[in-house]
Design a protein around this ligand. Structure first.
Ligand SMILES: Nc1ncnc2c1ncn2[C@@H]1O[C@H](COP(=O)(O)OP(=O)(O)OP(=O)(O)O)[C@@H](O)[C@H]1O
Ligand SMILES: [Mg+2]
Length: 376
């Protein structure tokens, strides 16, 4: 699966971008604040139909404009697909709406577009996967597993709907109405717990091995917190029953996968607390590589890689190790070299292994860097 063309209109500082994308990917370099991250954000938008930076759609609209539009054409073994997403004023200028179409057909449910374009984005803020709170890691697990597995997506949607209604009933002091949602929580919650557990047990070894391959040989380990027995729906009635008094007092559901964490440890101590900055960054990049592998396995093809300023933070040895691990080296072990888009302030700071066409990003416009514009 490769992106072949991107149009972005009034998306952050990209006013009117029309860009053919090379099959192997590209390097985008340019000074701070000229639009490199915005470009990757536009390219990633069709993956989740939301900002990879976590921004609201309204904040993506170029200041002073009414809405934005992104179109990505993707080529795969089965042909070309066009994904279009627009956000802006609704009919009659009332309200804001998001509209999504695949191959020209408008979608009623946004999630129907998931899977049409798969990419993994590596951002400087990914270090928060290690240094940040539990919600960030839950979101990482949920997004990845939703993209990899339609059943997980459906279960998550239903679990959240049941949880919202249960919590609303608890807030209103109506416990009997709240307990009515317990069977739904059990059914869908158990599926979420079981699939997360399955991912954790499959990915734990590769994650530690990747940390080591990236230049940080450290005794790392991850596991899900929370009651592991809840992977079985039969365990839920007793667990929810035992928590009823507390749930009623706190007026919120205190048990279930919405409270779990992916606990990351180094020598049995929280990596968040004792890991150096470099160790935390490496551990986060290794988690994203696990995401890459999970999505590749689910889709049967390699996702594109969007790397924002990732190499700039690494020394040359670690740059080479990462490039190799990303499948960019000659003997990287990856069957097909992935399509990879990389941003950097200066192209000559990138590892020579990358060897990609180079573009310059200036004031929201993207142009091929002329011969001699840089020497790498
Ligand atoms: N909604 C918006 N409308 C217009 N401009 C915006 C909007 N959101 C962000 N910008 C501006 O777009 C510009 C490009 O931001 P971006 O984060 O893409 O820069 P960058 O090239 O990645 O910079 P850096 O090297 O510092 O990471 C910035 O000047 C930013 O202030
Ligand atoms: Mg940036």
């Amino acid at each position: 699966m490769r992106a072949v063309h991107l149009d972005a209109h009034d998306f952050r500082n990209l006013r009117r971008l029309a860009l053919d994308l090379p099959a192997e990917g590209a390097v985008f370099f340019g000074d701070n604040g000229h639009g490199k991250t915005s470009l990757l954000e536009a390219m990633y938008y069709p993956v989740l139909l939301r900002s990879v930076r976590g921004a609201r759609d309204g904040d993506l609209v170029r200041r002073g404009e009414a809405g934005f539009f992104v179109r990505l054409v993707v080529a795969s073994a089965t042909g070309a697909t066009t994904i279009e997403a627009g956000f802006g004023h609704g009919s009659g200028g009332v309200g804001r709406q998001k509209r999504v179409a695949v191959d020209g057909a408008p979608l009623e449910r946004l999630t129907d577009a998931l899977g049409a374009w798969i990419a993994v984005a590596f951002l400087p803020s990914d270090v928060e996967l290690v240094s940040g709170g539990a919600a960030i890691r839950r979101q990482f697990l949920d997004r990845m597993l939703c993209l990899a597995d339609g059943e997980y997506l459906r279960a998550l949607r239903r679990y959240r709907a049941a949880l919202d209604q249960r919590n609303a009933a608890l807030r209103q002091g109506q416990p009997a109405a709240a307990w009515a949602f317990d069977p739904l929580l059990a059914k869908y919650g158990a599926m979420l717990v079981a699939r997360r557990q399955d991912w954790v047990s499959r990915s734990r070894g590769p994650w530690a091995e990747t940390c080591s391959a990236l230049g940080e040989p450290m005794p790392v380990f991850f596991e899900l917190t929370g009651d592991g027995s809840l992977g079985d729906p039969a365990a839920w009635p007793d667990a929810l029953g035992a928590a009823r008094v507390r749930d009623q007092q706190h007026r919120v559901t205190g048990l279930g996968p919405h409270r779990d964490d992916l606990s990351l440890t180094l020598d049995r101590a929280p990596l968040r607390v004792i890991g150096s900055t470099g160790q935390q960054r490496t551990a986060a990049i290794a988690l994203k590589l696990c995401e890459r592998d999970t999505l590749a396995q689910a889709a049967g093809q390699a996702p594109a890689l969007l790397l924002d300023d990732v190499f700039a933070e690494l020394d040359r040895d670690r740059q080479d190790r990462l490039a190799h691990r990303l499948g960019l080296g000659p003997d990287s072990g990856q069957p097909v070299r992935p399509q990879v888009f990389v941003t950097a302030p200066r192209a000559d700071e990138l590892p020579p292994l990358l060897d990609l066409p180079v573009y310059r990003v200036e004031h929201g416009a993207v142009s091929p860097a002329g011969l001699g514009a840089i020497s790498r």
